[in-house]
Design a protein around this ligand. Sequence first.
Ligand SMILES: [Zn+2]
Length: 108
Amino acid sequence: MKPPYLKLLPEISEANRPFWGALERHKFLFPRCSSCGDYNWPPYPACRSCLSEGLERTEASGDAEVFSYTIVHRGYGRFNDEVPYVIDGQARRETTPVHRRREHPWNS
Ligand SMILES: [Zn+2]
């Protein structure tokens, strides 16, 4: 018998449903400004570069160069059973740095 899942799960809202739905399909979507083309991560209601609200969800290609990450050796709560793991990293995709976090519910 499979043990119960005891970790926090994300609260699904209309705003974040496309993101979590895409993750279920193993796709990573993030907002890209249709006015200036900048990527905006973490998501925000408007572009951080030009304040346009015209943001389109763009699928990450998966091609990136990782230049920073953190390995956790003493995990918080239920995650302590999974150490060591990577919780945070920075990757450069195309010409724009993209800051990624492990897909924990508190990062949504
Ligand atoms: Zn913009």
